[in-house]
Design a protein around this ligand. Structure first.
Ligand SMILES: N[C@H](CCC[C@H](N)C(=O)O)C(=O)O
Length: 329
């Protein structure tokens, strides 16, 4: 793969695995002792679906203490031995990736970097340490006591039954925010709610699924004002019958245009932002648990809002599948 015309020509014998979380796909590079130079153009070429291996994101598996990333050494001391060094498809950095951290944990478990029977893994990220728990896929039943699903490798083409629940940490929203979002295929600009889940999101509520399907996301939506750090943009349709009933589980459908990527089939932090926005719009009595249907599958969110309702904590649960492995030689 590393011919003179590829920027990663200097990389030799770099092992990788390819995986996805609800079809948000990643190449994970083994760089335990931090020797790779991750230049943006190198990452973008590797992520390119023609010139490289192809992925929504590139993730470097690196020991926190060796990574040289600000704050990572402290995270190592706090128990996060491994750091998820995440890059978008265009080579830009992001603070966090919700689907990616599940695939990262699955790669740690299946590669022997952490004990295969580990029930909780602390992962270092640019948005702080994330606790990832191996839990039972709800499609296989209800999590009771010590039920831990077998973290099978989910070989090429087979759906793994590995299911992970992540404490995603803190979120905040700006109730006064009204970013006008102009999108192809949607007749007029719509107001978007700004939500931070460690990375920036703008959530737009649409009235019905036909509108959601009509949105043309080949081109980036236009935001006014333009957020300084850019934004992931989520379009959601809430299922009314389930969204305004206290308790129970709310449900929504989502499509997403990701910062630094484009439209993806899923976004974990985006699903968290969508559920947070839906709960905000449906009122404080609306559900705290949400099922989020994305083109690539289904995620489950649990919100823990503070009294003011504009901040809190959130957890994300979903599958992780490893599809293939190889070597950049
Ligand atoms: N594009 C995002 C990072 C990846 C997020 C997404 N893949 C997820 O699962 O959270 C950003 O620039 O903030």
């Amino acid at each position: 793969m590393s011919t003179p015309d590829t920027p990663f020509a200097a990389w030799t014998d770099v092992s990788f695995v390819k995986g996805h979380g609800t079809q948000n796909d990643f190449v994970l590079l083994s760089d335990d002792d931090s020797t790779l130079e991750m230049h943006p153009e190198t990452v973008a070429t590797l992520a390119d679906r023609r010139a490289g291996l192809g992925a929504d994101g590139i993730i470097r598996i690196v020991r926190s203490a060796a990574s040289g990333i600000p704050g990572a050494a402290e995270q190592a001391e706090a128990g996060a031995e491994w750091f998820m060094d995440y890059y978008n498809n265009d080579g830009s950095l992001s603070e966090m990736c919700g689907n990616g951290v599940r695939v990262f944990a699955h790669a740690l478990l299946t590669s022997g970097r952490v004990p295969a029977d580990a029930r909780e893994i602390l992962v270092g990220t640019r948005d702080g340490i994330k606790a990832v728990r191996t839990t039972l896929n709800p499609a296989l039943g209800v999590q009771t006591g010590d039920d831990v699903v077998d973290t099978g490798t989910g070989g090429p083409g087979s759906a793994s039954d590995a299911w992970y629940t992540i404490d995603m940490g803190e979120w905040s929203l700006d109730p006064a925010s009204s970013v006008l979002v102009t999108t192809g295929g949607i007749d007029v600009a719509r107001p978007g709610l700004r939500v931070s889940t460690g990375n920036p999101h703008t959530v737009v509520a649409l009235a019905e699924n036909a509108e959601l399907a009509a949105a043309e996301l080949r081109d980036a939506p236009v935001l006014d004002p333009v957020p300084a750090q850019g934004s992931n943009v989520e379009y959601i349709v809430m299922e009314p019958a389930r969204s305004d009933v206290a308790g129970g589980e709310g449900a929504l459908r989502m499509r997403v245009f990701e910062r630094g990527v484009g439209e993806t089939r899923s976004c974990g932090t985006g699903a968290c932002a969508a559920a947070i926005a839906a709960h905000h719009w449906a009122g404080e009595k609306s559900p705290l648990q949400w099922r989020v249907d994305v083109p690539g599958g289904q995620l489950r969110i649990e919100i823990d809002p503070n009294v003011d309702g504009t901040s809190g904590r959130v957890s994300l649960a979903g599958p992780a599948v490893l599809v293939a492995s190889g070597t950049i030689s």
